[in-house]
Design a protein around this ligand. Structure first.
Ligand SMILES: [Zn+2]
Length: 83
């Protein structure tokens, strides 16, 4: 029974990661889905989303001025100009 529960938690984690990744929410989706199941997945979709680096395509936070992956300076967005 405990093994089934662990397997189910792992499956939820993988599902949360896979569904969250295209939105830059992979790790958050994984953790929230393991802890809260479908509700956690919903929460991960409602969290504020990042954006994609125009140079390397990696997921970065919305207000970033420099990509943490390729170190290039990013053009300002409407959101970062307002802040
Ligand atoms: Zn980059």
């Amino acid at each position: 029974m405990a093994i089934g529960g662990l397997l189910w938690a792992g499956l939820r984690g993988v599902l949360g990661y896979v569904l969250g990744s295209p939105h830059g929410r992979g790790p958050e989706g994984l953790i929230l889905c393991i802890l809260f199941g479908p509700v956690g997945l919903l929460i991960s979709f409602l969290l504020p989303r990042g954006r994609t680096c125009p140079f390397c395509g990696a997921s970065i936070v919305k207000k970033a001025v420099r990509c943490i992956h390729c170190q290039k300076h990013l053009p300002p967005t409407a959101a970062s100009r307002r802040a």
